[in-house]
Design a protein around this ligand. Structure first.
Ligand code: FHN
Length: 445
């Protein structure tokens, strides 16, 4: 019984994984830095002496701040300590290969001098184009820059959450023209942009405009051939998001994993498409919040495990930073960048360009694998007290030798205990950071 495909005008623009050079590069990047920066960094979750625990970038809504009051924060935006080159150097040291910056978040404030609105950095005391400086500095370090863009806009008078009257429809289409123009402006004026990261597309007003999301994807790819668009942009003819009414992924990769990761045992379906997870360091804070004592703050080790976990399932890991209104990172963020960076400088090659290895998940950690190689990487987070690491191989895979990646090839004992079952023996001791073992294998019976 074949299910008849639903005819769609605004569904997926192609099917399957992209395999062009730009997409291969995006995929090989694996580790990225997300940056949420805007006017919300100035109050940092505190308004009239009161701390609001909800996400700092939502303070306008949590504290019921009228739009003109919020918007006047523009006249205080003056990040005197902002140094794009220092940010890029820190990112490089951390081991990221791309950076995604909020060109405009829900508040509507633009970090570039858009010709379509006055609500931009050009009219702040700071004046200078933040996006241009970031693109130049990060690109100079060999880091790709991607643009986050919120379609939802609390500043623009024509934005609508829903379309209930003909007037709403007229206003919203004016708004969508504005957003389309801004996106074209970004794609045109910053020619090295590699991807657009859409957000704020969940409201009915956007779902009723699947055609617009379709046209934006097309336009961006015409202006900037090879550019990559996340699934969050898209809605189809029937308002279905991410995947169209025929179940096909829209955009170039799936971007639904936010502050959570797919399960490495039960969610292996994700290995069939491209995807990216985004993660905060504290619980739900993307923009700068003055008080991080209100939530758990993830340790460098927890975040490193998430990065490896993501790589092991063929995804990209986008780790968020929320710089202050002055343009600085907090000590916890610097510590995370340094600690992960130290590990990446030794072991980055088991992350970049690596993918799902097709192996059964084991309790000691995660496998990654470089495409086309005959070598498995084992990233070990939980060392068994026995020092024996179990490896179950699929039929036809024979393990030949194993060694710690940084041991200059000193072999570890590989014991075959049954068909397709091995134990790798490692010294019993206290390990202070996740170890990497490389295993050579061959095909055979
Ligand atoms: O509301 C936003 C939030 O502030 C942040 O930008 C995240 C990042 O994925 N996206 C939205 C929530 O899904």
């Amino acid at each position: 019984s074949t299910k008849r495909a639903i005819p769609l005008k605004y569904g997926a623009q192609y099917t399957g994984k992209r395999s062009d050079e730009a997409m291969n590069k995006w995929r090989s990047n694996r580790f990225g830095q997300f940056i949420h920066w805007g006017l919300y960094a100035i109050p940092g979750g505190v308004w009239n002496g009161k701390t609001y625990n909800y996400a700092a970038e939502f303070l306008k809504s949590s504290a019921h701040i009228p739009t003109p009051v919020w918007d006047s924060l523009m006249y205080q935006f003056n990040p005197v300590k902002f140094d794009a080159k220092a940010w890029a150097k820190m990112a490089k040291k951390m081991g990221v290969k791309y950076m995604t910056i909020t060109t405009k978040h829900h508040e509507g404030f633009c970090l570039w001098p858009s010709e379509y609105t006055n609500f931009t950095v050009a009219n702040s005391p700071y004046k200078k184009d933040i996006i241009k400086q970031l693109v130049e500095a990060y690109n100079a370090e060999g880091i790709d820059v991607n643009f986050y863009y919120s379609v939802l806009d609390w500043h623009h008078p024509d934005w609508r959450y829903d379309i209930k009257t003909p007037e709403d429809s007229v206003a919203m289409s004016r708004y969508l023209t504005f957003a389309y123009n801004q996106l074209k402006e970004l794609a045109t004026n910053y020619p090295t942009v590699k991807a657009f990261w859409f957000d704020g597309t969940w409201d009915n007003s956007v779902k009723l405009n699947g055609k617009w999301t379709y046209e934006v994807e097309k336009m961006l790819k015409e202006v900037r051939p090879g550019v990559i668009v996340n699934s969050r942009l898209r809605a189809d003819d029937y308002g279905k998001r991410h995947k169209d009414s025929n179940g096909q992924l829209m955009g170039d990769y799936e971007s639904g994993y936010e502050r959570r990761l797919p399960d490495p045992v039960t969610d292996l379906a994700v290995t069939k498409w491209d995807w990216e997870a985004c993660m905060t360091i504290p619980e739900n804070q993307w923009g700068y919040h003055k008080d991080w004592s209100i939530s758990h703050v993830k340790s460098p080790l927890e975040l490193l495990e998430m990065l490896v976990h993501t790589t092991s399932m063929g995804g990209n890991f986008l780790l968020n930073f929320g710089p202050s209104g002055e343009g600085t990172f907090r000590p916890q963020e610097l510590n995370i960048a340094n600690t992960i960076g130290a590990w990446m400088s030794k072991y980055g090659n088991v992350i970049w360009d690596c993918d799902y290895a097709g192996m059964k998940k084991e309790d000691w950690g995660y496998y990654t694998k470089k495409k086309g190689s005959n070598q498995l990487n084992m990233v070990v987070f939980n060392v068994p007290v026995s020092g024996l690491l179990r490896v179950n191989t699929p039929k036809g895979m024979i393990l030949e030798k194993a060694a710690f990646l940084d041991s200059k090839g000193v072999s570890l004992k590989v014991e075959e205990i049954a068909a397709n079952q091995y134990l790798i023996h490692i010294p019993v001791k206290q390990y202070t950071s996740p170890q990497v073992i490389q295993v050579d294998y061959r095909e055979g019976n």
